[in-house]
Design a protein around this ligand. Sequence first.
Ligand SMILES: NC(=O)c1ccc[n+]([C@@H]2O[C@H](COP(=O)([O-])OP(=O)(O)OC[C@H]3O[C@@H](n4cnc5c(N)ncnc54)[C@H](OP(=O)(O)O)[C@@H]3O)[C@@H](O)[C@H]2O)c1
Length: 218
Amino acid sequence: MRTRKTIAVLGATGMVGSRVVTEARARGHRVVALSRKPAHDDPAVTPLAVDVSDPGAVRRALADSTAEAVVLAVRTFPADRDFLVTATRTVLDEAAHLGIRVLVTGGAGALRSPGDPGLLVADNPAYVPPEVTTTAAAGVAQLRTCRTHAGADWVYLSPPALLEPGPRTGRYRRGTDTLLTDADGRSWISAEDLAVAVLDELENPGPDRHFTVAHRPG
Ligand SMILES: NC(=O)c1ccc[n+]([C@@H]2O[C@H](COP(=O)([O-])OP(=O)(O)OC[C@H]3O[C@@H](n4cnc5c(N)ncnc54)[C@H](OP(=O)(O)O)[C@@H]3O)[C@@H](O)[C@H]2O)c1
């Protein structure tokens, strides 16, 4: 039987965060929805306004949430590497202090290229066009922040190259630190199925600190 958890979602109003909230609620978990402008009409979702740039506010929000896990799903437009690294370090620091597990929904850029393990996706023009290299590099720096953090219990989920709203199939392929592609070379998943993978990992932690998922045809 599934154990009911309390899960904090930081970036709960975003594309990924909102799907994680929906999936968590569908599985009966209690959710604390964190962002600067939170909104929710589900009584089992507690909205809490917090700016991740304010470590004291993050500490109070996580402590008040009594969450067992926090999903970090924030980003800015345009991508801001310093913001992302600082936000990630803040959440890792506060979560470590409180003994909360952190699941970071990060970037595909931090993965290895299929067939060329020495080449990060962030540096591979086949997957990362010039206009998104800054975003991809921010994800690489974010994973490094996790790897170099002493004390936090973290797991980093890299999406495939394309992550967008779509159907929830409930299926996905799971890999480790190499980008997953299908037979046509496409690397994608719906945000809904990514959320399925997030909840599966929170309910039954896998062996990998860095993993990825991709669409699995029926
Ligand atoms: N293929 C890929 O690699 C890929 C593709 C898409 C996304 N992603 C990753 O997935 C994660 C989530 O992305 P997304 O598309 O869901 O982002 P999004 O839709 O832009 O949502 C961003 C969220 O962050 C919150 N936020 C922004 N600044 C904040 C702050 N200072 N304090 C608190 N909350 C803040 C926003 O809420 P408020 O404005 O209310 O604060 C919002 O809920 C990111 O790490 C992103 O890089 C990866």
